[in-house]
Design a binder for this molecule. Sequence first.
Ligand code: C5P
Length: 418
Amino acid sequence: MQEAITVVQDRRIILGVTGSIAAYKAADLASKLTQVGAQVDVIMTDAAQRFITPLAFQAVTGRPVYTSMWQPDAGGGLPTHIAHVGLGEGADLLVIAPATANTLAKLAHGLADDLLSVTALAARCPVVVAPAMDGGMYTHPATQANLDVLRARGVVVIEPDEGRFASGLVGKGRLPETQALLGQIRRVLGREGSLASCRVVVTAGGTRESIDPVRQVTNRSSGKQGYALAQAALDAGADVTLISAASGLPVPVGAELIPVTTAEEMQHAVLAHVERADVLIMAAAVADFRPATVAAQKIKKSGDNEAGLTIALERTPDILEAVKVARADHGWPRVVIGFAAESRDLLENAQAKLARKGLDLIAANDISATDAGFEVDTNRIVLLDADGGVTELGLTSKAAVGEAVVRRAASLLRAQRD
Ligand code: C5P
């Protein structure tokens, strides 16, 4: 069972499933949406039921499934002949996945000859479609023209993946994986959130500094907290740039990823992106020291190094110091949030950093605990603000820390505007 996702929790989602072989993937989507807290009502077209049964969706959503305009009562308390009104009225989102060429054509032209197309006309909530079709049907000008009509009307179209179809043909038209669909759905549900139309820059991961072409100096940061912050900012409706020294983590859907390796590269990326950013969240564990010289060739253990090797280290630039200077100059970013990983005197050290680096908020992290900090999915954070406020978040998921920090960022921004 997955942890609830705040932006999805208790939202009413209508999932329209149409007749594509990818209909089986919609069962996984319905299951994930339900697990993360949504109330999912599924409407299936006749063609969809040739690929997968209503029972599959009923089993994963725990709710009746709607299949016909004429059935007297689908079991959800709504006679189906008026279900299109009842379902559409209270819905937060209509997602059609997979959406066939036929259903897209009907939506584009306002045809209303089955429960799904009638509901789409009656509903006033945002609409997301995920086209999926075999052969050249997706790229056909007729389908593309219908998608243009839908986009112009505000419908969010999720681009299909390229790959091999059931027919053996290769091309564009595969339904994206559930996580990608879920990411797009979060984006739409969050677009009126507390950071709507704000630009947020998040740094994540531990920077790596080369000793020679093979070896590096780095630290234990996984980047998980930074990625969770980026996701929380996306869920709050922000445009997010994620400057990341981490690798192997799934990039939150909608974030612009800027991969970097060293502290210096991160500094360049941050300074290039914070101009006109509303919020900077420096969650990266930036190396404080790097080898003073980088050996051009792999350092050998023979010869001079037989008895051991001493590597001279020099300081890396302090990125937040540079941001402080830039901010004093042009006023951007409006809000700056740092992290402090400490193994002792947590609050004193964090308080000093908050003042020295000119931050609005610092998230202090006690890394001596094994259930918090590096690599694990939980964190134990205390938030200190520039007015002396102290908020203990206790042991909680990195996702929840992300949400708490994003809420504070939004209220700091609001306070500046008022
Ligand atoms: O001084 P310390 O490294 O503990 O401060 C931590 C905070 O400063 C974090 O937000 C980190 O991203 C940032 N930092 C920085 N440039 C450095 C080192 C840390 O911006 N060279």
